[in-house]
Design a protein around this ligand. Structure first.
Ligand SMILES: [Zn+2]
Length: 306
């Protein structure tokens, strides 16, 4: 995702942090504890929301730092999966296998590992803050916003699809018996989201106008990315989750697999460049709703750990 989209989604995660928790979902096995936990999580969410709002002035920088200052895109913003469907008989290229049939090549991005690691560092920072005041709430809130970048990127179908990364002429680590699509398509689709988001984010005061081209009009897609906490229908779409078995890493891997499946719908196997434009608006709505929901899911998981 691009800069304004990251800012917008983090701001929406904060906006829906309290009301969204009213919709907290559980794995079937966890149901017994549901109502007591919802009340507890909502109480925690209310405080976290207040804290994040207090640090709203750093959203723009913190949510974008991973693409900009840290610049760890190649290592940690993606989780490039492939299956036998797009690359038959290519298991030998797999470094890892997930859910039995999703393969990841060497160097195929470690997004779920980064989220898991950052979440644990954040939890440690809070323990240190309480113990010897070596970490400040200011630093901790910055990290909450920073981790949002990686969580949001997990929802981008191209980030979880090996076909987005064609091998170079000398690359022997990727299968070649299938169709890749170019990086151009990746940028094009993220730009469609960015163009849809920008006018809405400016209108809502989430981002400020800084350049003459910021005077943009809503696009055909703008309606799909709008979420307002006072709208019943929008609230219904925000469904955070209690992470099953407390296994954040597994949760993030499963999320990347879901994005991979979306990539298979969006970019047909035989001709990925002829991407499915008719499906795109509906999928955009789902992706944005899920990204906001999962920001709340992971934030509250970290906050509850403390
Ligand atoms: Zn990124």
């Amino acid at each position: 995702m691009k800069h304004n989209t990251h800012i917008y989604l983090a701001a929406k995660g904060i906006e829906f942090l309290y009301e969204g928790l009213d919709n907290l979902h559980y794995a079937a096995s966890d149901r017994k504890a549901a109502s007591a936990t919802i009340t507890k999580r909502r109480r925690e969410g209310k405080i976290l929301q207040r804290m994040l709002m207090h640090y709203e002035d750093v959203i723009s920088e913190a949510t974008w730092a991973p693409d900009d200052i840290l610049n760890d895109k190649a290592q940690y913003h993606t989780f490039k999966l492939y299956t036998e469907k797009e690359f038959p008989n290519s298991v030998r290229y797999a470094r890892e296998t997930h859910q039995g049939k999703y393969y990841r090549v060497a160097g195929g991005g470690g997004l779920p590992y980064k989220v898991d690691h950052l979440a644990r560092v954040l939890s440690d920072m809070d323990k240190l803050r309480k113990y010897n005041d070596r970490c400040s709430m200011n630093q901790i809130m910055y990290q909450y916003l920073l981790i949002s970048h990686y969580i949001v990127d997990a929802h981008v179908p191209m980030h979880c699809d090996l076909r987005d990364d064609p091998p170079s002429a000398t690359d022997t680590k990727k299968p070649r018996n299938g169709h890749y699509y170019s990086n151009e398509l990746h940028g094009e689709i993220e730009q469609l989201w960015e163009d849809a988001v920008k006018p809405v984010a400016i209108e809502e005061g989430i981002i400020k106008t800084k350049r003459k081209e910021d005077d943009s009009k809503p696009t055909d897609l703008s309606e799909q990315i709008q979420f307002n906490v006072i709208n019943d229908e929008h609230r219904g779409k925000i469904r955070p989750y209690v992470i099953p078995d407390n296994d954040l890493m597994r949760y993030m891997i499963d999320l990347c697999i879901q994005s991979k499946e979306r990539a298979l719908l969006l970019f047909p196997i035989a001709a990925p460049l002829k991407w499915n434009k008719s499906l795109f608006p509906k999928m955009t709505r789902e992706i944005f709703a899920q990204a906001i929901s999962n920001l709340i899911t992971v934030w509250i998981w970290i906050w509850g750990e403390q």
